[in-house]
Design a protein around this ligand. Structure first.
Ligand SMILES: C[S@@+](CC[C@H](N)C(=O)[O-])C[C@H]1O[C@@H](n2cnc3c(N)ncnc32)[C@H](O)[C@@H]1O
Length: 257
């Protein structure tokens, strides 16, 4: 096998010929980066570069979970109607995007509770990634509620595979229904919202949670990831704000009112 600069050059030429799309992508990226540097200046350019690299690393890490267990939780699905969701809440629902593994871990660390004493409830549970992460984090029990049947079916498959890998993980229930018709269990729970719907449905959901909590006082921790409608939570008198992070909020309705 020949070595030296000549061999390296022929390798580059061969790669250019066999992977033309990859080179076009790199050229486009470099061109975009150069334009951004000229337009925004070096500080903003470096910040954007760091965010880009972090994002790529996060996607790689998230995909690794799927590869490791042979599950399917990645991807963004924009069209909920095509996924079988229907009814009056459809227009208020947010598209599917799975929770980022590192963000989930950070949120769990920020909670003022021991997961083993709480049930984890994912409102808008999609393909079930948060349920699996909750089981891995040591919650006592996990429940998912998702209104898009196709996402629910994928979650069921994922959960069956997960159960095969971790037969002793906590019990996991997964329901295909509109979250505003779901009756909360009467136990201490962490309610997880990864921006599932708009403020209209969020208000209806919070009224339901407040009613259930007043009838059966217990400790409820509400986590709101990507808190675009946090004002709905902030203005709910039964909730106390615990964490106000840029990327997520944590609220509490205590067992002692
Ligand atoms: C951003 S995704 C979050 C998925 C999942 N919680 C996770 O963290 O991996 C929001 C999910 O909420 C679901 N959703 C939206 N409106 C809903 C409703 N009214 N009832 C139940 N699920 C809903 C969507 O179908 C979507 O799967």
């Amino acid at each position: 096998m020949p070595n030296g600069p000549g061999a390296v050059m022929s390798k580059i030429v061969a790669t250019r010929e066999t992977q033309p799309n990859r080179h076009a992508d790199i050229n486009r990226l470099l061109h975009k980066a150069w334009k951004k540097l000229l337009a925004d200046g070096p500080v903003s350019f470096l910040r954007a570069g760091r965010e880009y690299v972090e994002g790529r690393h996060r996607s790689w890490n998230d995909a690794r979970l799927d590869r490791r267990w042979g599950i399917d939780t990645c991807g963004i699905d924009l069209n909920l109607a095509e996924l079988g969701a229907a009814g009056e809440q459809l227009a208020h629902g947010t598209y599917y995007e799975p929770i980022q593994i590192d963000v989930f871990a950070e949120i769990v660390r920020a909670l003022p509770i021991a997961p083993r004493d709480y049930c984890f409830i994912d409102i808008g549970s999609g393909k079930g990634r948060a349920l699996i992460l909750a089981a891995e984090a040591g919650f006592r029990h996990a429940i998912g509620v998702e209104f898009a049947p196709r996402l629910h079916a994928i979650a069921q498959r994922n959960l069956a595979i997960y159960r095969g890998v971790r037969p002793h993980a906590c019990s996991i229930e997964n329901y295909c229904q509109d979250a505003t018709s779901y009756d909360l269990p009467r136990r201490n729970a962490v309610l997880f919202f990864y921006n599932p719907f708009d403020d209209v449905v969020m208000r209806a959901m919070l009224e339901r949670i407040e009613r259930s909590w007043r009838e059966h006082p217990r400790d409820l921790i509400l986590v709101y990831r990507n808190p675009v409608y946090s004002m709905v939570f902030d203005s709910a008198p039964f909730l106390q704000s615990l964490v106000a992070h840029r990327a997520y909020r944590v609220y509490r309705a205590s067992a002692v009112a």
